[in-house]
Design a binder for this molecule. Sequence first.
Ligand code: SAM
Length: 162
Amino acid sequence: MSRLDSFIARMQAQRDCLNYLKPRIDALPGPILEVGLGNGRTYDHLRDLFPGRAIYVFERKVAAHPDCVPPDDRLFLGDAREAIPRAAAALGASAALIHTDLGTGDHAANVEMGRWLGPALDRLAGVGGYVLANQPLDVARWQRLPDPPGVPKDRYFLYRVG
Ligand code: SAM
């Protein structure tokens, strides 16, 4: 698979997972969290899927497309390691959906990040909510769900919060 193929597959998997979750999230109360704004592509897709819904965003340095910059009062700016506890103090364990897309191509760094990221995000996750992650996260009360139809194995990791 070329890097172009891989990029396209990753984008398709992101979109397919978010679309798959749409009816499930519609049935739940609570905000949506986008962890890693990047270019703002998945944030924009979430806005399209869930109009009017509160979407909070985490990003260390905003460099998104100008149309995809969240309002200041929905942005937790700074390193996620300190921003997530700050958000947990403000929002509690209330999120219907947490989408995290923080990792890089560095596998060892992703594994290391996963060690603190899962427990940190757990403080924001509402009971019965969903976590969609681009890396495996190990949290006792989260149950991994099967990949949504058409999504290649282990490209994305979907959890239900118990
Ligand atoms: N899903 C996004 C999109 O569709 O455009 C792409 C996200 S991009 C792969 C990852 C983003 O996470 C980058 O913008 C990076 O600055 C941010 N990021 C990575 N590690 C972070 C950390 N520890 N704290 C805050 N932001 C971080």
